[in-house]
Design a binder for this molecule. Sequence first.
Ligand code: ATP
Ligand code: ZN
Length: 390
Amino acid sequence: MANVHIVHLETPLREEFRQELARRIYFLAEEIVEFTIDGSDGLLTGVRLSTRDTVSTDQLHRRLHTVIANDIRHQRVGPVKVYWRSSHEAPDGMPDFARLCDEGLVVPMGEGQMALAEPLLTLLDNADRQLVALVRRETGAVQYRYPTLMRTETLRQCGYMRSFPQHLMFVTRLHGDSDTYAAFSDRLAFGDDLLAMCGNTDYCLPPTMCYHTFQQLSGRRLGEPMAITARGKSFRHESRYHEGLSRLWDFTIREMVFLGSRDYARQTRERIMRSVCELVESWGLGGRCEVASDPFFVGAATAARISSQRLLELKFELRLPIGGGRDIACASFNFHDQHFGDAFAITGAEGESIHSACVGVGLERLTLAIVSQHGTDPRAWPETLRPSDI
Ligand code: ATP
Ligand code: ZN
C-alpha cells in the first residue's frame, strides 16, 4: 500500500528551480513511487511523495532539505545562452514511445533497458558512421573499441565517484577460491544470500567512454595534440527516471576526446559542435544547442559548481524535440580544462598538464529524435540515413 508524505519547504524555492528539484527527487529514496511539486505565485512550497513500504516523513524531509541546500538553492539561474538553432521546425504529431513498441521497433527488456530492431539499427549505425567521418575529417581522430568494464580506480581518479554516486554500477564476482566455488554451488540449491560470497569491486560498468581514453593515456607525455573516438555501451543507474528510449540504464555513446593545449581543446570542441549542428541541420531536424550543466549530486559546493559550469560555458547540449512538447539532450560538448590532465598525469611537450574536451553523442536518443521527427517509415528519412536497399 502506498504511503503519502507531504514535505513543506521551510523556505520556498523560486519556480525556475522546478526542473532542478524534479531531477533529484527520486534519488532521495528507493521507496518513492511518484511525486508532485506544489507551488503558487512563482514559488515552490512543498513536495508530495507516495512511497511503497515505510520510510519516515522526517527522513524524507531531512534528505530533501539537504539536497536543496547543497545542490539547488544557491545556483544562479538566468536566461540560457543558445549557441545554435536549426532552421527546421519539428513537425506536429510525432510517434510516441508506445507506437515504436507497437510497431516492434523497440522492445522493452527491463528497467531502462531496450532492444532495438531494424530499421532503427541501420539508422543508428548510419548516423554514427557520419559522426565518425566528421570527427576523422576535422581532427584526424584515431578510433578505438574499449573493453566493456572500467577500473573502479579510473572512476575514482575522474572524480565520478564523488560527483555522481547515484549513477554508479559496480560489477562484482565470487571470492576467488575453490572453497567459495564449492559452497556457492551447494548453497545455490537453498536460495541463500549468494551475494554475501561476492566481494570484489575492482571493476565497474562505464558511465561514459572518455574515461577509458584518460586511463589509456595515463602518465603519458603528448608531443602533439591528440584526438580519439570510441563507441561503447555506457551504464547509469538513473533510479525511477528511466523512461522509454530517452533515459536508459544501458545505452550507447559515440565519444570524441580532444587533448592538447587550452586553445586546441576549446577550439576543437567548438569546431565539432558547429559541424555536428550542421549535420543535424542537413538531416532536416529541428532543435537547438545551448549551455547546460551536469546533474552533480550532494556535496556542499554543488550549487556553486553548477553555476560556474554554466557561467564558464563548460558544457553545451544539443537538444532535439521528440513530440509532446518535449526535447531531449542528444549530445553534449564539454570542456574539462586541466581536470583530467591533472588526475591522470597526462602532460604536453613542456611537461604541463594537458587540457581536454569531449563530445558525447547518445546514439539511442539521437535515433529516437530522428524517428520522432521523420517518422518510422525509412522512405521518409534523409537519404544518407536510409537503409541502402530502399
Ligand atoms: P542528462 O542531463 O539528460 O541526464 P547528461 O548531461 O548526464 O544527460 P552526458 O553525460 O553529457 O549526459 O552524456 C552524453 C550523452 O549521452 C547525452 O547528451 C545523452 O544523449 C546521452 N545520455 C546520457 N544519459 C543517458 C541515459 N540515461 N539514457 C540514454 N542516453 C543518455
Ligand atoms: Zn566525455
